[in-house]
Design a protein. Structure first.
Length: 113
């Protein structure tokens, strides 16, 4: 059974930084971070493939990065210059070569003073 364990959410002030991590098992085609704010649909934040191709939402470009640690099978979401509108539940997603997606349970990030 695939397990995605997300860590690192919490409360941070505007302009601050936070790093999320997602440890995953098994081989995969891509890993990604998505988020869902209250009353809104889940949206893509950033993805990275095994070929190290990355994709970012326009709203986070230049502020977020998605580094990986292959030895630990872990993907991170490094967030900086956080804004109140970044407040959301952040989900980790693993896409297998089969096309099947697996999701973590989510971790809450709150940006507030």
């Amino acid at each position: 059974q695939v397990q995605l364990v997300e860590l690192g959410g919490g409360l941070v002030q505007p302009g601050g930084s936070l790093r999320l991590s997602c440890a995953a098992s098994g081989s995969f085609f891509s890993m990604g971070w998505y988020r869902q704010a209250p009353g809104k649909q889940r949206e893509l934040v950033a993805t990275v493939t095994t070929y190290r191709n990355t994709n970012y939402a326009d709203s986070v470009k230049g502020r977020f990065t998605i580094p990986t640690d292959n030895a630990k099978n872990t993907v991170y979401l490094q967030m900086s210059s956080l804004k109140p509108e970044d407040t959301a539940v952040y989900y980790c997603r693993q896409r297998r070569y089969s096309g099947i997606d697996y999701w973590g349970k989510g971790t809450l990030v709150t940006v507030s003073s």
